[in-house]
Design a protein around this ligand. Structure first.
Ligand code: NAP
Ligand code: GLV
Length: 306
């Protein structure tokens, strides 16, 4: 077994060491132009050139949950693409989203500014029924977020491509149920993959359908959001705030208006980081399972793009 490795990350050499240690019988080499043909690849943000040369790949393991960048490339047609399935990201995402939700619903941001002025002001207790949370994308991460929000007893609903049945979560599916889903949500969490169908889905038409004084939490991809439409809805007052972890251009340029907007919180794409040890262990487990002829989870469907 020959594995070609290309991961654009400062710690990639440690990931390579992990792979080699876990698969001593395999040849694992960092990819460089002109490298020998491999049958498997482990990649994050690889160049097109890699796949122009590596034409014999049977499986490509993406060291991340989102495969949008990879699916833009011309891949060997026979290659199976496998993405990360949780691998320690779901708990991080659940924590991030619950934190963002409670900042708004409990008014922690207002307490912080009151504290700045040594101002002892108590806000009325939270009525959770006033804060229904809608989750776009009920996959591995969306379902974990739904479960975490349910623990805090928020009304939770979700929207996906195919209809789900999740205890305690009102489920909607497909374009025909999008309007109903949005109209019954006040906080909207985006956990969709970026595909031709979902690009720009957070726009004036969709975000206007949220309940008044709504909030957006985008933790999926920057290109889901039409940035000017978010600014317009914050200016008009229909939206009360947004927490954004992902952006069309990353790093977010210093001059970007999101940085200084009083009702936008920016984090640098950290809502759920790839955990190298857990990710490599998952990939190694799948390499071994495929070698035994067993099925593996999180295979990307090229027709759906995720
Ligand atoms: P997943 O398991 O593939 O779940 C995707 C969900 O989106 C599924 O429920 C799917 O519906 C739904 N969906 C896809 N296309 C749709 C459409 N056109 N209309 C309605 N629903 C649609 O993915 P995941 O592991 O949860 O990850 C989700 C995304 O999170 C990733 O693609 C990535 O972009 C992002 N992410 C961000 C970070 C970060 O740090 N910010 C970290 C990890 C991941 P079905 O269930 O019907 O298939
Ligand atoms: C991170 O954004 C990922 O897709 O894993």
């Amino acid at each position: 077994m020959h594995i070609s490795f290309f991961c654009k990350d400062d710690n990639a050499s440690a990931w390579l060491d992990d792979l080699r240690a876990a698969l001593p019988q395999a040849i694992v080499t960092p990819w460089q132009p002109g490298a020998a043909l491999a049958d498997l690849a482990v990649v994050w943000a690889p160049p097109q050139h890699m796949f122009d040369e590596q034409t014999k790949l049977r499986t490509i393991f993406n060291v991340g949950a989102g495969v949008d960048a990879l699916m833009q490339l011309r891949l060997p047609p026979q290659a199976l693409v496998v993405r990360l399935d949780d691998a320690g990201m779901a708990v991080q995402m659940a924590e991030y989203v619950c934190h963002a939700v409670s900042q708004y619903t409990r008014g922690f941001d207002r307490y912080q500014s009151a504290a700045h002025d040594a101002n002892w002001v108590r806000r009325p207790p939270l009525n959770r029924a006033e804060f229904p949370v809608g989750i776009m994308g009920l996959g591995v991460l969306g379902q974990r977020v739904a479960q975490a929000l349910q623990h805090f007893e928020y009304p939770v609903q979700g929207w996906s491509r195919t209809l789900k049945a999740i205890s305690g979560v009102r489920c909607y599916a497909g374009p025909s149920q999008l309007a109903e889903f949005l109209a019954s949500s006040r906080l909207l969490v985006c956990l969709l993959p970026l595909t031709p169908e979902t690009k720009g889905i957070l726009n004036l038409a969709t975000l206007s359908q949220l309940q008044p004084n709504g909030y957006l939490i985008n933790v999926a991809r920057g290109a889901h959001l039409v940035e000017a439409d978010l600014l317009a809805l914050l200016d008009s007052g229909h939206l009360a705030g947004a927490t954004l972890d992902v952006f069309r251009t990353e790093p977010l340029p210093p001059s970007h208006p999101f940085w200084r907007h009083p009702r936008i919180r920016v984090t640098p794409h950290i809502s759920a980081s790839t955990l190298p040890r857990q990710s490599m262990a998952q990939i190694v487990g799948k390499i071994q399972a495929l070698a035994r002829g067993e099925p593996v989870s999180a295979i990307v469907n090229p027709n759906h793009g995720y």
